[in-house]
Write a protein that binds this ligand. Structure first.
Ligand code: N01
Length: 542
């Protein structure tokens, strides 16, 4: 294999281009389009066989986005907005993947991509002022700019349970689901993981499998999605108002259209609070978070909403023991990513669906035939892992990224992700990470963030080229200032009180802490704009 040269000059077998884009998810696709529009030569590198990123891989039954389709879509092209029509309020994975393919066809993006190809290293060459990326297909690409659109949720994580390799049945991972249909009919199916992914699988497979055993360690709070088909009148109205809607999204803390509120929970008397919560339950979606402003900072307010949802679980689930085990306790509601479901709790009223409460009966091992808990062995034909991701930093730490003076990203992030605005890093010139860690990442609409970040990067490159500058990186002070702001905001949030991927708690040995900007997308946008206005104090140019 040809390796990048840490200090030397250009590799003669390398392909020289203007921009390397790693990833063909929504951020990578837009970056590829944007830089091509700027007249740059771009090569995208993607491990999957086609575009779509997380939606290419996550083909599990019931996979669906919990953001509204009209929000979770590109806003940069009026043509695409008008030509594409969403069928449901919350689109399912096949429709989102079809949308990604539609965009790729429409913009002829695939010609810029190397698919089924992984980057094995990306190394900055200080003499040549180039990033040199090598791939597992023995290619070497050199470019002055490198855009890491590797996504916050792209490295799947298996559970730490002994015996995984021993299982003789069929083992399926939600995040790398087979492309062909899987039949569960008459099968004994087990699933580990009850986060957003597991919940979607349970409510779907539970209605199909012979028997479904749900191995639950931590119950999640989940709220009714209330999904529905989009009527033509609604679609027409939406298409007429896309511009105003995108503007509203840019000024919204979530980067979507869900209305925000400044109303504190206790500003209403108890009966009205109850009424608002009942209405939020009926309306579904993330309505709760749009009903009260302080649910993530006021523990007492949070407790009352959590009690309300636990009460609902008790009303829906018929078996009291199962209902009790499904009620989340010990962490604030919304401190784990809130899930949206369609009759998830009702699934446990089916005679073939069994909850195995791992708090009472922990898993000992995976065996040839199934799963052994302390109370005995459950035999399974199919075992599904919905056990999450090495999120936010996993994809960028999965290969060597080497910046100035041989400084590696693994060194830089040794005690947690550090960046400026979640996009750039001191010590890593001309390296950009749209939707990167320390930005709003998973706390706002990822497509809105990706578009914003790519546009910001494009403006930076335009500025450099207009001024004859070849390299840029944030100053140590700018990065430190940003990280202090991220930490100060996180300090106030109840999010820190749950052990989740949001804080790195789901991966053994990973540095812990909430390293996302929780100030809201609208504020994030303002910070990015201010940073760009004060370029000379926040960045070092060469
Ligand atoms: O992953 P997770 P996910 N034994 O980390 C369990 C997005 N998403 O793939 O909490 C037993 O949330 C673990 O239990 P515990 C969304 O942003 C969006 O579900 O560690 N259990 C937990 O229950 C989401 O937040 C959509 O005790 C084990 C589960 O595995 C993010 O992706 C759909 C275990 C992992 O939950 C990740 O969600 C899907 C073990 N050894 C995903 N190890 C929508 O848009 C882990 N677990 C709707």
């Amino acid at each position: 294999m040809v390796h990048g040269n840490r200090t030397g000059s250009s590799d003669s077998s390398a392909r020289r281009i203007d921009v390397i884009v790693v990833g063909a998810g929504f951020a990578g696709m837009y970056a590829t389009y944007k830089f091509r529009q700027m007249g740059k030569s771009v090569v995208g590198i993607e491990a999957g066989g086609d575009v779509g990123g997380v939606w290419y891989w996550n083909r599990y039954p019931g996979a669906r986005c919990d953001l509204m389709s009209v929000d979770y879509s590109y806003g940069f092209s009026e043509e695409i907005e008008q030509e594409w029509t969403w069928s449901e309020q919350f689109a399912a994975q096949p429709e989102i993947l079809a949308y990604a393919n539609f965009v790729a066809d429409r913009l002829d993006l695939r010609r810029s991509y190397l698919f089924n190809t992984r980057v094995t290293s990306a190394i900055w060459d200080e003499n040549a002022k180039l990033w040199r990326a090598t791939t597992d297909q023995d290619q070497v690409l050199e470019a002055p700019y490198c855009v890491m659109a590797t996504g916050p949720l792209s490295v799947a994580k298996d559970p730490d349970i002994p015996g995984i390799d021993r299982f003789k049945g069929r083992l399926l991972r939600a995040q790398k689901w087979p492309h062909e249909p899987v039949s569960f009919e008459g099968k004994r199916v087990g699933i580990i993981g009850t986060g957003s992914t597991g919940i979607q699988i349970v409510q779907t497979v539970g209605r199909e499998a012979g028997e479904l055993f749900v191995f639950q360690r931590t119950p999640s709070f989940t709220l009714p999605m209330r999904n529905h088909v989009l009527e033509p009148d609604y679609i027409n109205e939406m298409k007429r108002h896309y511009r105003a809607m995108r503007e509203a999204m840019r000024n919204n803390p979530t980067g979507g259209t869900r209305p925000a509120t400044s109303r504190p929970f206790f500003s209403l008397p108890p009966s009205q609070r109850r009424q608002v919560m009942e209405q939020a339950w009926v309306n579904g979606g993330h309505t709760f978070l749009g009903s009260f402003a302080d649910l993530l900072i006021n523990q007492e307010a949070n407790d009352q909403v959590a009690d309300f949802v636990r009460e609902k679980i008790g009303e829906i689930v018929k078996d009291p023991k199962t209902a009790e085990a499904l009620k989340p306790r010990g962490y604030p509601i919304f401190a784990r990513r809130p899930c949206l479901d369609t009759e998830y709790y009702e699934t446990y009223n089916l005679p073939n669906v069994h909850l195995v409460d791992l708090k009472a009966d922990p898993i000992v091992e995976i065996t040839e035939k199934g799963i052994r808990t302390e109370s005995g062995e459950t035999e399974l034909d199919i075992l599904i892992f919905a056990t999450g991701y090495d999120a936010l930093t996993g994809a960028l730490l999965a290969f060597d990224v080497v910046g100035r003076d041989g400084y590696t990203l693994k060194q830089k992030w040794g005690s947690g992700a550090r960046s400026y605005l979640g996009i750039m890093m001191e010590g890593f010139p001309n390296l950009f990470a749209p939707s990167g860690p320390n930005g709003p990442a998973a706390l706002a609409n990822l497509i809105t963030i990706a578009e914003h970040d790519v546009d910001w990067i494009a403006e930076m490159i335009d500025y450099m080229e207009a001024n004859g500058l070849t390299t840029v990186e944030p100053t140590a002070q700018a990065e430190e200032g940003w990280m202090s702001l991220v930490a100060a905001l996180a300090e106030k949030s109840l999010i820190r009180k749950a052990n989740t991927w949001w804080v790195g708690a789901n991966v053994k040995g990973k540095p812990q802490g909430l390293t996302m900007f929780i100030g809201g997308f609208h504020k994030y946008r303002e910070h990015c704009a201010t940073a760009a206005q004060n370029r000379s104090s926040n960045f070092v140019f060469d």
